[in-house]
Design a protein around this ligand. Structure first.
Ligand SMILES: Cc1cc2nc3c(=O)[nH]c(=O)nc-3n(C[C@H](O)[C@H](O)[C@H](O)COP(=O)(O)OP(=O)(O)OC[C@H]3O[C@@H](n4cnc5c(N)ncnc54)[C@H](O)[C@@H]3O)c2cc1C
Length: 387
């Protein structure tokens, strides 16, 4: 049995019950169709907005619930992982992109962009990565020139989640030519002249996630679309990426737990040599190891959530959370596919889809190697700043 978790109270459990019903009834049944069509229905965002599940932390006047408790966001991520669809990035929208606009934006920007985001009318994305710069964000080439009454944006981004369907994209671009950290953040809206979407990229997993390229060609960005100080974007990214990494860690450990549950059930039913494969010593040992490791990492992630609630989650501890949870997810998924035998390789089995969907966790939001760099540098070992 899994170690009991101690961070939730009865309000959280009630919330989990209703979130579970939402993902079971409104999201899960669409997942197969979404994978086939290559994107999630926009309506999923509207439905989530109607339930109050988007931007829950936002002020009431912006359509939020003023709920400043990461445990509720954690529950949404966990229930979506179990009963919804891992390609539906409600938390990218609510908890990764919208906080940039809320914390760095003006009152007008908050009103203009967050109210439709809270209802799900508008879908948000963030564009940092470029064909030539992912881990090394300070090497980005997309540039924005100050042209007096507007900024002129030129360049391209790639691997952008919600890239095709997004209505509003926070785009990072170089604003100070000779200064690696001289980066600004700009709010780009669908339909702006000079803003084009590229290919919807074909991926090994997450088939319902519309990950794409974006292009900016002589795009005139009004001055009122700058977020915060246009030269401080790099330190904004450094500050905000910690919360993004915690969310990836929450999803990763939830997915490890789901894979474990599916496999435990499978090995009790599947027989070989006249007995359930679960009674073989190897199976028992594999599951025992996974059980212990998932319990240990889940405790750590829950503790990080509580630190986040107290605004005490540092960038290096968030990097630790992402590192341990996603690495364990990878190990667990691999072992679980193996214990399923040939069925584990068949797309119709959930474990197979989880394996391909889950591979990205060690890559996006900063690779495991970059997480180790961040943790290592926090020990006083190394110089250059990393986002
Ligand atoms: C499905 C998906 C969705 C994504 N969504 C978004 C999004 O919405 N917005 C966005 O901006 N980006 C997004 N990304 C991009 C993602 O964050 C980057 O792919 C990731 O940060 C790695 O960058 P890269 O692909 O350029 O790899 P690279 O930086 O080229 O890395 C290649 C390899 O080199 C290693 N490496 C690089 N530097 C070092 C170092 N200093 N020390 C040791 N090893 C190193 C890496 O760890 C990796 O193993 C997404 C990616 C995917 C796959």
């Amino acid at each position: 049995m899994a170690l009991p978790r101690t961070i939730f109270d009865s309000d959280h459990e009630l919330f989990r019950d209703s979130a579970r019903k939402f993902f079971q009834h409104e999201i899960g049944p669409n997942a197969r169709r979404w994978r086939e069509q290559g994107y999630c229905d926009r309506d999923a965002y509207r439905k989530a907005g109607k339930q109050g599940y988007l931007l829950m932390w936002a002020d009431e006047e912006l359509g939020g619930l003023e709920l400043h408790d990461l445990r509720y966001e954690q529950i949404l991520i966990e229930e979506n992982a179990r009963f919804g669809d891992s390609s539906l990035y409600l938390n990218l929208h609510s908890m990764v992109v919208a906080p940039y606009i809320n914390q760095l934006g003006s009152a007008e920007q908050r009103k203009k962009y967050l109210i439709p985001a809270a209802t799900g009318e508008s879908i948000l994305a963030i564009a940092m990565t470029e064909p030539g710069a992912g881990s090394d964000l300070a090497g980005m080439r997309t540039r924005a020139e100050d042209n007096g009454d507007h900024w002129l944006l030129n360049g391209s981004k790639t691997y952008i989640s919600n890239g095709i369907q997004s209505d509003v994209v926070v785009v990072a671009a170089r604003t100070v030519p000779d200064q690696p950290y001289g980066i600004g953040l700009f709010i780009i809206e669908a339909g702006m002249q000079g803003f084009e979407r590229g290919r919807k990229l074909k991926k090994m997993g997450l088939h319902a996630q519309d990950t794409s390229e974006l292009f900016f060609d002589q795009l005139k960005v009004p001055k009122e679309n700058v977020l915060g100080d246009p030269t401080k974007g790099f330190s904004y990214l450094t500050d905000f990426l910690g919360l993004e990494r915690l969310q990836i860690a929450i999803a990763a450990i939830a997915e490890a737990q789901i894979a474990f549950d599916l496999t435990l059930e499978f090995v009790q039913q599947r027989t070989a040599f006249g007995r359930p494969i679960g009674t073989l010593q190897n199976t028992r040992f594999q599951l025992a190891e996974m059980r212990s490791q998932i319990d240990a990492v889940q405790c750590f992630i829950d503790q990080c959530v509580m630190l986040g609630n107290d605004a005490k989650l540092t960038a290096d501890v968030a990097a630790e959370a992402k590192l341990v949870a996603t690495e364990l997810q990878g190990v667990v998924l691999d072992k679980c596919v193996q214990l399923h035998g040939g069925a584990g390789f068949m797309e119709e089995y959930q474990i197979s889809r989880m394996y391909t969907d889950g591979r990205v966790s060690r890559i996006f939001g900063g690779t495991s190697e970059i997480m180790k760099e961040i943790i290592g540098r926090s020990l006083g070992l190394g110089e250059r700043k990393l986002a």
